[in-house]
Design a protein around this ligand. Sequence first.
Ligand code: GLV
Length: 337
Amino acid sequence: MGRPKVYVTRQIVPPWLDYLKEMCDVELNPLEDAPPRKVLLEKVKDKDALLCMLTDKIDAELFDAAPNLVVVGTHSVGFEHIDVPEATRRGIYITYTPGVLTDATADFTWALILASARRLAEGDRYVRAGKWKVGWAPTMFLGAKVSGRTLGIIGLGRIGQAVAKRAKGFDMRILYYDVIRARPEVEKEAGATFVPLEQLLKESDFVSLHVPLTNETRHMINEKTLKMMKPTAFLINTSRGAVVDEAALARALGEKWIAGAGLDVFEKEPLPMDSPLLNFENVTLAPHIASADIDARSKMSELVVKDIIAVLKGEMPKALVNPEVQKVRSLSQVRRI
Ligand code: GLV
């Protein structure tokens, strides 16, 4: 046993990189952006572990390039960028960061709900552009009421539940849809009523997405489902961009099938400057920052680092995506420290 080699694809929140360096030989991508694919494939060649981001594609090609790799820790709760079955087949442990970003993401979802309904970003642009000439007027910047309205949550997992909890303070009626109905105690705690997707879309004033990106959820918000929403309703997305068919959303906004949207995630990130979404005043845009409060991001860095070290020590990590990997290669077999 010696010092395992770890490649880290992006700077993480201090002091967690130093913590990793205490036990491992760490190589950090010096760029602000993700390492280019070629560089990533080169860098993992001699590494025992990889600390990656949701912007790094982790697939069979990468595993082929990294014969010593035993653990990949992603600094994210989403792991659709990782070919998990392929990792499991090869005995590679995959860890992620659930739980520690739940509150941050739910808080930000609410920021988008309120900002979209009450036209906050639009108002900010108005003030900065020097367009605010009339001090106050009863009809100025009229927005949509939030309190007492109906919130439709698609995906009642950890984050969906935390969004529901916050909605209680706004006296909202809470509907939810999920592929698997939540346990009665979860529904009760969330104050959320299970309804079919179509009913949720038809009755909600705010539709908020909290599903992982899978083959089933890709483009689940499309022309057909957008047309089911009320013309006064808002779509809020802090999950993954590709859950929404963005071309259909642009049509929905242009043709006023819905009232507006609050978006933190996009099919292509960064959002291309020719995206039609940039043309709409009634869309609040954010650069994929829902989990970006200092507390959550530092806990994400801590969790991913500690879990990588756990696997390298042959110990059970806290947040393992693929527990079945232990049948392929036991923790004592992956031990490097
Ligand atoms: C962010 O989008 C994450 O998956 O953590």
